[in-house]
Design a protein around this ligand. Structure first.
Ligand SMILES: Nc1ncnc2c1ncn2[C@@H]1O[C@H](COP(=O)(O)OP(=O)(O)O)[C@@H](O)[C@H]1O
Ligand SMILES: N[C@@H](CCOP(=O)(O)O)C(=O)O
Length: 301
């Protein structure tokens, strides 16, 4: 007998400036994934929206990999895997599309196989596929998460800010895979840059926890990854400056980019328009999308 479940998973913005591979926020942009497990052998995939026609229907697909990982771990044997996706999260832009696909596959397969895995186990499995915990954690738990790795297992803190802020995601038309954006990072950094980031990331978490959002201007500064990734994103520095000048609380690269994200408590449309214009000056077409914090993480529909 076939078994079906549908999951909704949020996109995420990771790093938030200085919190490289640690900080992430779940955002109100969602993918839906419907999984059917059956005794009839074969893998099938239907994709609507982002990635339609481009996402592979084999073991290289991270959602399928995630489903198979749950089946192996729980000892269940289902030769038939059918996935239907409705994707709103753009691919390879820094809004956590791969994290959403992985978490969707894991949560769906866990539900269909009798919920044998805890959320901690799902987090560890998702991290092992994605390679870092910062975007899979908020995709699972919602809200803002800070994650660390300890002996192969992710430890995390999840919280919500005491008052709301908005986010403006400016999404350029071109793709940048996280793999390519990690290749430009150095093996080591100067001690002064490490100190710069430790102080900013502590301030970032403090500002988000207490609602002291005026501190975000400095708390979103980074020297570990953004300066190296700038060469991959034409106009990046100017777009971030334009956001701040238009009244944003602060701005940073979203995940590995190329999406840029501004935090606002005022006119978000004005900030978005100014950022798009700054990209256009560098001959990059872009659009903006207003986002809020998603509080639920992955849910079963
Ligand atoms: N819905 C999806 N189903 C399967 N694989 C996906 C899906 N969305 C994204 N991916 C995979 O993840 C890759 C993008 O991941 P990545 O480079 O980390 O960028 P990001 O996660 O920031 O969008 C895509 O090229 C594709 O291989
Ligand atoms: N810490 C990672 C985050 C990647 O996030 P994504 O949404 O771009 O996949 C990195 O900066 O490499």
């Amino acid at each position: 007998m076939a078994n079906t479940v549908k999951i909704r998973v949020p996109g995420t913005t990771a790093n938030c400036g200085p919190g490289f591979d640690a900080v992430g926020i779940a955002c109100t942009i969602y993918n839906e994934l419907e999984l059917t497990l059956s005794p009839q052998a074969g893998i099938s995939l239907e994709v609507a929206g982002e990635g339609a026609g481009a996402i592979p229907a084999d073991g290289s697909n991270v959602a399928i990999k995630a489903v198979q990982m749950v089946l192996n771990k729980t000892g269940r044997h289902y030769p038939g895997i059918a996935l239907k996706m409705v994707n709103n999260i753009p691919l390879a832009r820094g809004l956590g599309s791969s994290a959403a696909a992985i978490v969707g596959g894991l949560v769906a397969a866990n539900e269909l196989t009798g919920c044998q895995l805890s959320k901690q186990e799902i987090l560890d499995m998702a991290t092992s596929i994605e390679g870092h915990p910062d975007n899979v954690a908020p995709a699972i738990f919602g809200g803002i998460t800070v994650s660390i790795m300890d002996s192969g297992s992710a430890k995390y803190l999840r919280f919500l800010p005491p008052k709301d802020f908005s986010m403006v995601a400016v999404i350029p038309e071109f793709n940048l895979s996280t793999k390519a954006a990690r290749r430009v990072l150095p093996e080591s950094v100067p001690f002064a840059d490490a100190v710069f980031n430790v102080s900013r990331s502590a301030l970032l978490v403090g500002a988000l926890c207490t609602g002291e959002f005026k501190l975000l201007l400095h708390a979103l500064e980074d020297r570990l990854h953004q300066p190296y990734r700038e060469k991959l994103i034409p106009g990046m520095a100017q777009v971030l400056t334009a956001a701040r000048q238009a009244g944003a609380l602060g701005a940073a690269l979203s995940g590995a980019g190329p999406c840029l994200l501004a935090f606002t408590d005022g006119d978000s449309d004005e900030v978005g328009q100014v950022m798009v214009k700054a990209f256009n000056i560098h001959k990059i077409k872009a659009r903006y999308q207003l986002l809020n914090i998603d509080r639920q993480g992955a849910i079963i529909l």
